[in-house]
Design a protein around this ligand. Structure first.
Ligand code: HEC
Length: 120
Protein backbone atom coordinates (compact mmCIF):
# COMPACT_ATOMS: atom_id res chain seq x y z
CA UNK A 1 0.00 0.00 0.00
CA UNK A 2 1.41 3.43 -0.86
CA UNK A 3 1.60 6.38 1.50
CA UNK A 4 -1.28 8.41 0.08
CA UNK A 5 -3.64 5.44 0.36
CA UNK A 6 -2.64 4.99 4.00
CA UNK A 7 -3.19 8.68 4.57
CA UNK A 8 -6.70 8.51 3.05
CA UNK A 9 -7.57 5.54 5.26
CA UNK A 10 -6.39 7.48 8.29
CA UNK A 11 -8.66 10.39 7.43
CA UNK A 12 -11.64 8.09 6.88
CA UNK A 13 -11.07 6.46 10.27
CA UNK A 14 -10.77 9.85 11.94
CA UNK A 15 -14.06 11.02 10.40
CA UNK A 16 -15.81 7.81 11.43
CA UNK A 17 -14.51 8.19 14.97
CA UNK A 18 -15.63 11.81 15.39
CA UNK A 19 -19.01 11.86 13.59
CA UNK A 20 -20.91 10.50 16.61
CA UNK A 21 -19.52 13.24 18.79
CA UNK A 22 -20.35 15.84 16.15
CA UNK A 23 -24.05 14.95 16.36
CA UNK A 24 -23.96 15.15 20.16
CA UNK A 25 -22.28 18.55 20.04
CA UNK A 26 -24.88 19.86 17.57
CA UNK A 27 -27.62 18.48 19.78
CA UNK A 28 -26.22 20.28 22.81
CA UNK A 29 -25.97 23.53 20.88
CA UNK A 30 -29.46 23.21 19.39
CA UNK A 31 -30.94 22.25 22.75
CA UNK A 32 -29.43 25.31 24.37
CA UNK A 33 -30.65 27.59 21.60
CA UNK A 34 -34.13 26.16 20.96
CA UNK A 35 -35.11 24.61 24.29
CA UNK A 36 -32.82 26.12 26.93
CA UNK A 37 -35.02 29.14 27.63
CA UNK A 38 -37.69 26.83 29.00
CA UNK A 39 -35.93 23.55 29.86
CA UNK A 40 -32.87 22.11 31.58
CA UNK A 41 -31.65 18.50 31.58
CA UNK A 42 -30.93 18.69 35.32
CA UNK A 43 -33.23 16.58 37.48
CA UNK A 44 -35.87 18.63 39.29
CA UNK A 45 -34.78 21.93 37.73
CA UNK A 46 -37.87 23.34 36.02
CA UNK A 47 -38.08 26.65 34.17
CA UNK A 48 -41.01 27.73 31.99
CA UNK A 49 -41.24 24.02 31.13
CA UNK A 50 -40.42 20.86 33.11
CA UNK A 51 -36.95 19.39 33.63
CA UNK A 52 -36.08 17.03 30.77
CA UNK A 53 -33.63 14.88 32.73
CA UNK A 54 -33.93 11.27 31.51
CA UNK A 55 -36.99 12.19 29.45
CA UNK A 56 -36.54 9.52 26.75
CA UNK A 57 -38.68 6.54 27.79
CA UNK A 58 -40.46 8.48 30.55
CA UNK A 59 -44.22 8.94 30.85
CA UNK A 60 -45.37 12.40 29.75
CA UNK A 61 -46.36 14.86 32.45
CA UNK A 62 -44.78 12.76 35.21
CA UNK A 63 -42.30 15.14 36.85
CA UNK A 64 -43.28 17.33 39.83
CA UNK A 65 -43.57 20.35 37.49
CA UNK A 66 -46.68 22.26 38.58
CA UNK A 67 -47.66 23.93 35.34
CA UNK A 68 -48.40 21.04 32.97
CA UNK A 69 -51.34 21.89 30.80
CA UNK A 70 -51.77 19.77 27.69
CA UNK A 71 -49.66 16.93 29.15
CA UNK A 72 -51.38 16.72 32.50
CA UNK A 73 -52.74 13.20 33.04
CA UNK A 74 -51.53 12.13 29.60
CA UNK A 75 -50.87 8.46 28.68
CA UNK A 76 -48.07 9.27 26.27
CA UNK A 77 -44.66 7.72 26.76
CA UNK A 78 -41.77 9.70 25.33
CA UNK A 79 -40.23 7.26 22.89
CA UNK A 80 -38.24 8.72 20.04
CA UNK A 81 -41.16 8.80 17.58
CA UNK A 82 -43.40 10.69 20.02
CA UNK A 83 -40.62 13.13 20.90
CA UNK A 84 -39.98 13.74 17.22
CA UNK A 85 -43.65 14.52 16.53
CA UNK A 86 -43.94 16.65 19.70
CA UNK A 87 -41.00 18.92 18.92
CA UNK A 88 -41.98 19.13 15.24
CA UNK A 89 -45.37 20.56 16.22
CA UNK A 90 -46.50 20.28 19.86
CA UNK A 91 -50.04 21.55 19.37
CA UNK A 92 -50.70 19.28 16.40
CA UNK A 93 -49.24 16.25 18.23
CA UNK A 94 -51.25 16.73 21.41
CA UNK A 95 -54.37 18.16 19.78
CA UNK A 96 -54.85 20.98 22.28
CA UNK A 97 -53.32 24.27 23.39
CA UNK A 98 -49.94 24.10 25.13
CA UNK A 99 -47.38 26.63 26.32
CA UNK A 100 -44.78 24.63 24.44
CA UNK A 101 -44.79 26.57 21.21
CA UNK A 102 -41.47 25.71 19.59
CA UNK A 103 -41.44 23.90 16.21
CA UNK A 104 -38.27 22.25 14.98
CA UNK A 105 -38.69 21.95 11.22
CA UNK A 106 -35.52 20.17 10.12
CA UNK A 107 -35.41 16.38 10.50
CA UNK A 108 -31.70 16.38 11.29
CA UNK A 109 -32.14 19.05 13.99
CA UNK A 110 -34.86 17.05 15.73
CA UNK A 111 -32.69 13.95 15.51
CA UNK A 112 -29.70 15.75 17.06
CA UNK A 113 -31.83 17.19 19.87
CA UNK A 114 -33.33 13.75 20.63
CA UNK A 115 -29.83 12.19 20.66
CA UNK A 116 -28.83 14.86 23.16
CA UNK A 117 -31.85 14.13 25.37
CA UNK A 118 -31.09 10.39 25.21
CA UNK A 119 -27.65 11.12 26.63
CA UNK A 120 -29.02 13.28 29.48
C1 HEC B 1 -41.58 28.58 25.38
C2 HEC B 1 -41.07 27.59 26.31
C3 HEC B 1 -40.67 26.23 25.76
C4 HEC B 1 -39.72 25.95 24.81
C5 HEC B 1 -38.89 26.93 24.00
C6 HEC B 1 -39.66 24.51 24.73
N1 HEC B 1 -40.53 23.94 25.59
FE1 HEC B 1 -40.81 21.95 25.93
N2 HEC B 1 -42.32 22.37 27.21
C7 HEC B 1 -42.72 23.61 27.59
C8 HEC B 1 -43.89 23.52 28.45
C9 HEC B 1 -44.65 24.68 29.07
C10 HEC B 1 -44.17 22.14 28.57
C11 HEC B 1 -45.37 21.52 29.29
C12 HEC B 1 -46.45 21.42 28.22
C13 HEC B 1 -47.87 21.18 28.70
O1 HEC B 1 -48.11 20.40 29.62
O2 HEC B 1 -48.77 21.79 28.08
C14 HEC B 1 -43.14 21.45 27.81
C15 HEC B 1 -43.02 20.07 27.73
C16 HEC B 1 -42.01 19.40 27.07
C17 HEC B 1 -41.80 17.97 27.09
C18 HEC B 1 -42.60 16.97 27.88
C19 HEC B 1 -42.06 16.90 29.31
C20 HEC B 1 -42.79 15.96 30.22
O3 HEC B 1 -42.44 15.95 31.43
O4 HEC B 1 -43.66 15.22 29.77
C21 HEC B 1 -40.74 17.71 26.29
C22 HEC B 1 -40.16 16.35 25.98
C23 HEC B 1 -40.28 18.97 25.78
N3 HEC B 1 -41.06 19.98 26.26
C24 HEC B 1 -39.21 19.10 24.93
C25 HEC B 1 -38.78 20.31 24.41
C26 HEC B 1 -37.68 20.43 23.50
C27 HEC B 1 -36.82 19.28 23.01
C28 HEC B 1 -37.56 21.75 23.18
C29 HEC B 1 -36.62 22.39 22.19
C30 HEC B 1 -36.70 21.85 20.85
C31 HEC B 1 -38.59 22.46 23.93
N4 HEC B 1 -39.30 21.55 24.66
C32 HEC B 1 -38.79 23.83 23.89
C33 HEC B 1 -42.15 24.80 27.20
C34 HEC B 1 -41.18 24.95 26.23
Amino acid sequence: MNTSKLFALGIAAAIAATSGTAIAADGAKLFKKKCGTCHTVQAGKHKVGPSLAGIVGKKAGSTDFKKYKALKGSDIVWDEANLDAWIANPKKFIGKATAMTVKIKKDEDRKAIIEYMKAN
